[in-house]
Write a protein that binds this ligand. Sequence first.
Ligand SMILES: Cc1cc2nc3c(=O)[nH]c(=O)nc-3n(C[C@H](O)[C@H](O)[C@H](O)COP(=O)(O)OP(=O)(O)OC[C@H]3O[C@@H](n4cnc5c(N)ncnc54)[C@H](O)[C@@H]3O)c2cc1C
Length: 409
Amino acid sequence: MASSMSTEISHFDSDDRVYPVAIAGGGVVGLTLALALAQRGIETIVLEASARPERSPSQGRHFMVSFGCWRIWRSLGLGDLLAAMAEPVWGLSAVCADGTLGVRAEDSQDGSPLGYMISEEGLTLALMRAADQDSLVGFAPIGPVMAVETGPFDISLRVGGHRVRARLAVGCDGLRSVIRQSSGIRFDGWDYPLKSISAVVQIVGGHGGVARQIFTRRGPLAFLPLREGRGNIVWTQPIAAADALMALTDDDFIDEAASRLGAILKGARLSTGRQSFPLGSHVADRFHGDRVALAGDSAHQIHPLAGQGLNLGLKDVAALVDVICDAQRLGLDIGSSAVVSGYTRWRRSDAVATAAVMEGFSQIFSGPPALRALAGGAMDLMGSSPAIRSWLMREAGADTGDLPTLMQA
Ligand SMILES: Cc1cc2nc3c(=O)[nH]c(=O)nc-3n(C[C@H](O)[C@H](O)[C@H](O)COP(=O)(O)OP(=O)(O)OC[C@H]3O[C@@H](n4cnc5c(N)ncnc54)[C@H](O)[C@@H]3O)c2cc1C
């Protein structure tokens, strides 16, 4: 696919061609948006910076995707294909290392899982294949979008010596989004003095589809269930401590993790290398600009302790699809600020609230014992009410509020 598209450059950057939507960034968010718009008859071109190296789908980062966001791929007809690559998550358990606070969640609404764990690499490849088979999606891994130029009727994206024109450009180009920066949109927030280490382990016993997380004063350590008796360890620590963990031998790293996570890691061995990620909390001051919209990490970055970053990005996609399709149906200009500002109003408050909740959890779980005990009491109280429990589960599963069409049950 990569080679065929890149040899057809003149096809998409000819001067008279104006796409309805050009998407900068062919990650999970950008590809999902392209497929969803194509399903509604709207043609897109996806401009991707890197030609992807073929890696084993079991390697690299894995995501927990909530049942509400999973519905998006189900609506696109990809549910079965992706579920076959994913591990359903049936329960969650989060405890403080000193036992002051614990949260358990085991029940979903309708006997379906709370979410799925899926590999970023496998997911991206599956979405790329689906895009390749869709005549309304052009995928062009020809290098980074370097600048944008906005005119009265369209926007031009410059990639190397090429210029691609569209009515609307969507920045799905991640944390350092060129689309966001070229549009003068602020990305307010802070960097944490923390890093997360991610690695895949092969365990000896079963994991029962339960995601486990243990909070220490220095940061959370999670074991997330994967297919074939494997698990994804995500371990957040202060930068120096994380660097020291990265420098350990595989066996010593597993021993360190096992001394905190316990029996689940007895006899486990690493099945991939370790990757470390710097962390931050940032939200764009608006999710739109002149003929521009932002979705995914280009619009927000949050602490990964509850695995909500991609989920937020998928919710952006579903909302933006409704905004674009409604405008198109009414004969409006889909790149006009009247249209895209509605998208900011719909999505930004959710991102701000989620970032604040993640920061609150992080403070509580790493805070003094008295604060954790207080929070524990409040959680016990809420957990004793079936109605509140059910609402909390739906909230965590992205199944509350003003749900876009793609996320409706
Ligand atoms: C350790 C860790 C664990 C996480 N776990 C979870 C989890 O369990 N669940 C969850 O929901 N979230 C999780 N997240 C968050 C999640 O990783 C991100 O929210 C998600 O990857 C964002 O996807 P995206 O497509 O917006 O951006 P990206 O994945 O960053 O994709 C951006 C794409 O744009 C391309 N690009 C960049 N610049 C340009 C350019 N100028 N022109 C063209 N293309 C460009 C890149 O090559 C890339 O393909 C985790 C994060 C971390 C750090």
